[in-house]
Design a protein around this ligand. Sequence first.
Ligand SMILES: Cc1cc2nc3c(=O)[nH]c(=O)nc-3n(C[C@H](O)[C@H](O)[C@H](O)COP(=O)(O)OP(=O)(O)OC[C@H]3O[C@@H](n4cnc5c(N)ncnc54)[C@H](O)[C@@H]3O)c2cc1C
Length: 335
Amino acid sequence: MFQQNVSLKPFNTFSLEAKAGHFKAFNSVEELKEALNHRKGLELLVLGGGSNILLTKDFNGLVLKNELKGIELVRETEEHYFVEVQAGENWHQFVLTAISNDWAGIENLSLIPGTVGAAPMQNIGAYGVEIEQVFEKLKAVEIATGEVHTFSHADCQFGYRESVFKKELKGKYIITSVTFRLNKEPVFNTSYGAIKDTLDEMGIEELSIKAISDAVIQIRQSKLPNPEEIGNAGSFFKNPTVDKIDYEGLRAEFPGIPGYQQPEQKMKIPAAWLIEQAGWKGKTFGPIGVHKNQPLVLVNYGGGEGAKIKELAFEIQQSVATQFGVELTPEVNII
Ligand SMILES: Cc1cc2nc3c(=O)[nH]c(=O)nc-3n(C[C@H](O)[C@H](O)[C@H](O)COP(=O)(O)OP(=O)(O)OC[C@H]3O[C@@H](n4cnc5c(N)ncnc54)[C@H](O)[C@@H]3O)c2cc1C
């Protein structure tokens, strides 16, 4: 039923070596339920593209690798397309499919690695858009019972890189499909980051979802290390949110500190700025380190250990806390 002692190196974008005691790739919900029935108390790890995990040791339980495939237009209204996507589909391939069908709303989320099923877990977001904005519902198998449950937008309790699946329901469900509500009439979102400038540089005269996607791809390729070349899991930490009054105190001490207004008198501070100011940008420690252009990205240049990356992350948290009194929380799931 299960493969034994499988290397997880090809299945995590940090390219870290760790062994799974038991391993099973599933292609259907039936196969998934059967695997759950046979697991006999083994601890579980559900794996999508492995682009948001840090493996710190061998995993002696059962790794279930999601290979559920399929993209289906299930319903249409005057304004929207409702598209159900199986959880094992590659996120970026789905974005490209949406663009080629003129389904608008996720073009700003181009080139984010990983699977569709993991996307609601942390409400993936980039360039001013989060998936909760186009989320309709999802289906998930309850691990304890094998029953399929449907979750509405409200059920998922989305927040900044958060959902109920990272909180109360952590480790209780396996997401099997996600239904998106995509727009027939695009609403172009070019105000964030360098999208406008990049569109100008590309000589784009007529805005389209394809043009925005192309611009986002170009920006991301120039800014972020490609996991196929340097092991990483994207942003290692979330951008911290602090009370406005505390932010004002910080700004008095550190006049250059950037901050973005949030609801309820809060401010979001770019974690990359804090890490860079604390002196970590570009530091290497043998085979691991902090990326030279993107201090929010921890990297494995090859042959590094997950446990050492975890230690490095801890040291970064400590030094940012000491210097700024701000707590950094990992975005990456540490296993
Ligand atoms: C270069 C790079 C850039 C990135 N940029 C961004 C970005 O701009 N914005 C952003 O939000 N994220 C970004 N990420 C993080 C990552 O791409 C997303 O978090 C993505 O959704 C992870 O998908 P995955 O399939 O690889 O998840 P995995 O890493 O396989 O899993 C992540 C977590 O979800 C759980 N999980 C996975 N699938 C399921 C499922 N079907 N049901 C239940 N639990 C599941 C896993 O057990 C694990 O805890 C980036 C990562 C990289 C490497």
